[in-house]
Each structure stands twice: as C-alpha cells, then as structure tokens.
Design a protein around this ligand. Structure first.
Ligand SMILES: [Zn+2]
Length: 96
C-alpha cells in the first residue's frame, strides 16, 4: 500500500510526463482492449472518455494518453476530414 506522500510524488512525476493536463470534461480509464487497439477516445454529451490499454508499458500509456488528448485539444471531433487523414496528422504531431 502506497502512503500519501508517495502517491503525491508519483502523481507529480506523472504530470510532468504528460504533454497535456487532463481536460475538465474528460475521463481516463485503463482497460483491457483487443491486442491491436492501444487506445481510443469517444465523445458523448460533451464528455470525452479516453480508454488506454492495460497491456501497454507505463511509457506507452503516457504516449497513448498524449495522443488521445491531442485529438480533443486539436478539435478533431468537429473535423469533417476523413478519419485516416486525422490519424496521419495526429501521429505527425506526436513526433514533434
Ligand atoms: Zn488517433
């Protein structure tokens, strides 16, 4: 069992790794996903739900989190572009 101080240190060091802070209207879950799915985000009633695979390494989960929040902050949900193109652009931003 982690004590309160360790939890705070852990949370602060995790925050430093995250490119974006968690937007207000967003929930994040670590879940079991099919092997080819590392993460996804859905929007319903102005709430975003980010699901990240429990099979990823902690570093992979942070990378997946940053990718999904980028879709939200970039306004991809309101884009008329094809999903494939949105993904290509998002992955390009991941590497910046
Ligand atoms: Zn994506």
């Amino acid at each position: 069992m982690l004590n309160r101080r360790t939890l705070i240190l852990l949370r602060n060091s995790l925050r430093r790794c995250l490119r974006h802070k968690v937007p207000e209207n967003t929930r994040v879950y670590i879940v079991a996903t099919p092997p080819t799915i590392s993460s996804f985000v859905v929007r319903k009633d102005e709430w975003y739900t980010i699901c990240i695979s429990d099979a990823l390494t902690p570093e992979g989960q942070i990378e997946a989190y940053n990718h999904e929040v980028d879709h939200i902050t970039n306004g991809d949900f309101d884009s008329d572009e094809p999903t494939g193109l949105i993904e290509i652009r998002a992955h390009r931003r991941d590497r910046e």
